[in-house]
Write a protein that binds this ligand. Structure first.
Ligand SMILES: [Zn+2]
Length: 168
């Protein structure tokens, strides 16, 4: 996909069982910028048209790639592997979204339009795939490790002991 927008007719795309694949450079995804530690990297995508079990047109989206986001605790680099599969059922814009469609986290309903901007849609799905507050696991996070090194004297247990002593 080039840097320009690429619109599809999603209902027709689904009916024809069309398929597109490609690569998105992370630095082409401005809505992701605030979350990123580094703007390097690419996300590969595939979008496939299909029909749901209920006969509704749908798009199957698959995203895979490696991002470098910022850990929200230590602000250092946090590698994040994306491997996302989503099913987007197209519903007539006037019909609203059937709440039943949202029972499954991997399935969503989107309003059907004549022209769906694929780049926009994929960018949105990537943003949704990144945790709200990504963090290293506690054992791997810079801040947590520093706390533990200096924290022996002030562990929760010794603090609790100090707190209890006067009551004895
Ligand atoms: Zn961290």
């Amino acid at each position: 996909m080039t840097s320009g927008t690429r619109a599809i007719d999603p209902a027709r795309f689904a009916r024809d069982r069309s398929r597109v694949t490609g690569l998105l450079a992370v630095d082409q995804l401005p809505r992701l910028a605030d979350l990123l530690f580094s703007r390097e990297g690419v996300v590969s995508y595939s979008v496939e048209g299909d029909t749901s079990a209920n006969g509704q047109p749908m798009l199957r989206i698959r995203l895979s790639g490696d991002l470098a986001v910022s850990c929200q605790r230590c602000l250092d680099c946090l590698p994040l592997h994306l491997d996302v599969q989503r099913e987007l059922v197209l519903v007539a814009a006037a019909a609203g979204v059937d709440p039943l469609q949202d029972e499954d986290d991997d399935t969503d309903a989107i309003p059907s339009t004549d022209a769906l901007d694929l780049h926009d849609l994929l960018e949105q799905e990537i943003v949704l795939s990144v945790p709200m507050a990504p963090r290293h696991p506690e054992s791997a996070c810079g801040i947590q490790a520093a706390d533990e090194k200096s924290g022996d004297a002030g562990s929760p247990f010794s603090a609790l002991a100090r707190f209890k002593r006067p009551q004895n």
